[in-house]
Design a binder for this molecule. Structure first.
Ligand SMILES: NC(=O)c1ccc[n+]([C@@H]2O[C@H](COP(=O)([O-])OP(=O)(O)OC[C@H]3O[C@@H](n4cnc5c(N)ncnc54)[C@H](OP(=O)(O)O)[C@@H]3O)[C@@H](O)[C@H]2O)c1
Length: 272
């Protein structure tokens, strides 16, 4: 039976690759993100290549009520969501006390509120059908405190916690909830998060988004509640359970401190 998959953040990066892997397995798609042009092009390409039905619905999910509007729009088109993939998200590398509060709030609205509202909106119909799947894109950051990306890491801890709780709550209804926890992935994330000034992506292993998406598809269809992608990151998630959290915070602080830019940064004294 063909299932329709709603994927947020499908215009690039991991979301685009998730759309491709779901389409390659014969799923119809509803793709959303802000960039209409990229969504239309991807829908067309996936329809041509795999013969699936793909619908683009552009939306800025960080806006108030955007998730509810999206679900109403889907219903008006006579479509149903069998699998929800909450992938849209972004980070921001900065000293929290000097952060752009508008950007931090938009991050919380996208990474936390939109994901929560979309999940809440699609679950009642899935429960009536007694089947459905939710894939939430969390992160290795879900397991760690993240100095210089404090809000981002906290949003991802929320995503993991919510996903694990809902996985248990929804099991009797035949619905699976999966948290995909990638390590670093080669997407637009590094630039959007202003991480290019740090050594982060030069220090730790960086995965291919297509490999992350294939892994995410597999664990979703198996109904696993949590999956960390990549052996080094699996080891890191395991170690995070054993090490004291203030030690973890100090390690992340040193990795994310922006050392590559110390000599040119106006704030180098604060990063040292
Ligand atoms: N890359 C990594 O290292 C990494 C590691 C762990 C977890 N993750 C997580 O993976 C997910 C996907 O990120 P990515 O790495 O693929 O980054 P990306 O290449 O920057 O893609 C982000 C996607 O989210 C969409 N998006 C951003 N703001 C949005 C908004 N306000 N409303 C709707 N859509 C929005 C973007 O599309 P538009 O610009 O068209 O809106 C884009 O499709 C995120 O949740 C991220 O936290 C990434």
């Amino acid at each position: 039976m063909s299932n329709t998959v709603l994927i947020t953040g499908a215009s690039g990066g991991i979301g685009k690759e998730l759309a491709t892997v779901f389409a390659s397995h014969g799923h119809d798609l509803i793709l959303t993100a802000r960039n209409r042009h990229r969504l239309d092009a991807l829908c067309k390409a996936l329809h041509m290549r795999y013969g699936i039905r793909a619908t683009a619905i552009p939306a800025d999910l960080s806006e108030d009520g955007a998730a509810e509007r999206l679900v109403r729009d889907i219903e008006h088109r006579g479509l149903q969501v069998d699998i929800l993939v909450n992938n849209a998200g972004f980070g921001d590398h900065c000293l929290f006390a000097e952060s752009d509060s508008g950007k931090q709030e938009a991050m919380i609205r996208l990474n936390v509120l939109a994901l929560t509202s979309l999940t809440r909106a699609v679950l009642p119909a899935m429960m009536r059908r007694r089947r459905g799947r939710v894939l939430n894109v969390a992160s290795i950051a879900s397991f760690l405190p993240g100095p210089y990306m404090a809000v981002y890491y906290a949003t991802k801890a929320y995503v993991l916690s919510l996903s694990q709780a809902l996985a248990a709550e929804l099991k009797p209804y035949g619905i699976t909830v999966t948290a995909l926890c990638p390590g670093l992935v080669d997407t637009g994330f590094e630039k959007t998060a202003d991480l290019e000034k740090t050594a982060l992506f030069k220090t730790l292993p960086v995965s291919d988004p297509a490999a992350v998406a294939k892994y995410g598809y597999r664990i979703t269809m198996c109904g696993n509640s949590v999956g960390v992608h990549g052996i080094p990151y699996k080891a890191m998630a395991f170690a995070s359970r054993l090490a004291p959290r203030d030690l973890l915070a100090r390690i992340i602080l040193s990795i994310q401190s922006g050392r590559r830019s110390i000599s040119i940064s106006k704030r180098s004294d604060r990063y040292e």
